[in-house]
Design a protein. Structure first.
Length: 246
């Protein structure tokens, strides 16, 4: 079909096109006026116990620190962790991830860096959930080391090394969302107009209809044009094949 054919189909099915255009406009208004979600994100690093000797706490990490970081992430990512965050006052969604220097197929978790992200429909909700996750993380890490008999001076601690500092709106790129909705609405409008045309003209499948197939009206048999009407004898059989004009 050419552009002129599409335009003609839209004109013949103006009511269908107007209905789809109204739905597309409503979707555009919803995307334009929808309130954004809010997210607060922090990067946490587990630190080894304090030492009287000067050293860089971020230069090297012991296997025990990486193991504790992985255990904390597994607990918070489980159903038990979600119940603990809910009991601590968190209401929104959250995600806790361990730093991965590899990829999903071959992960490399050799550094105790944890990313905490909390999301909610309001900024206050995102901040409250973020604080609840950090509270559970701190309590779980302390209780786990105390249960293993660690001395107070040899406890692994953690510190927030980066983050948003507050809940920020997740606006993304509204222009791209509006363009996507508009393009989708235009495609649906063209499809609906063409489908309505096919439904009006017949079954729309391009198959045989009245006057295009071999069946005569009423289904009484084959109709052969008069110029092909003849009686022929088969050279290999005594049976005559007779074409009858209806």
């Amino acid at each position: 079909m050419t552009i002129r054919d599409f335009g003609a189909a839209l004109w013949r099915n103006r009511l269908v096109a107007l209905a789809v255009a109204a739905l597309t406009l409503a979707a555009l208004l919803h995307v334009k006026t929808a309130a954004p979600d809010y997210e607060q994100r922090s990067a946490i690093t587990l630190l080894s116990p304090r030492s009287p000797f000067p050293r860089n706490a971020y230069a090297s990490f012991t296997p025990a620190m990486v193991t504790n970081a992985e255990i904390s992430v597994r607990i918070l990512s489980s159903e038990q962790g979600r119940r603990l965050v809910l009991a601590a006052g968190g209401r929104g969604e959250f995600q806790v991830l361990l730093a991965n220097r590899g990829n999903q197929e071959m992960p490399i978790h050799d550094q105790p860096h944890i990313t905490v992200a909390a999301r909610d429909a309001t900024a206050a909700g995102a901040q409250r959930t973020h604080a609840a996750v950090l509270q559970v993380l701190r309590r779980q890490l302390l209780d786990r080391q105390s249960a293993q008999g660690a001395a107070p001076g040899s406890l692994i601690s953690w510190q927030v090394t980066a983050g948003t500092g507050r809940a920020v709106p997740l606006t993304g790129r509204p222009s791209r969302r509006l363009l996507a909705v508009a393009l989708l609405g235009g495609m649906i409008m063209l499809y609906a107009a063409v489908a309505a045309d096919r439904r009006r003209n017949g079954n729309g499948s391009g198959g045989p209809g009245r006057g295009h197939g071999l069946l005569a009206p009423g289904g009484r048999g084959l109709t052969i044009p008069r110029r092909f009407s003849r009686t022929a004898a088969s050279p290999t059989s005594a049976t005559n094949v007779k074409f009858v004009v209806k």
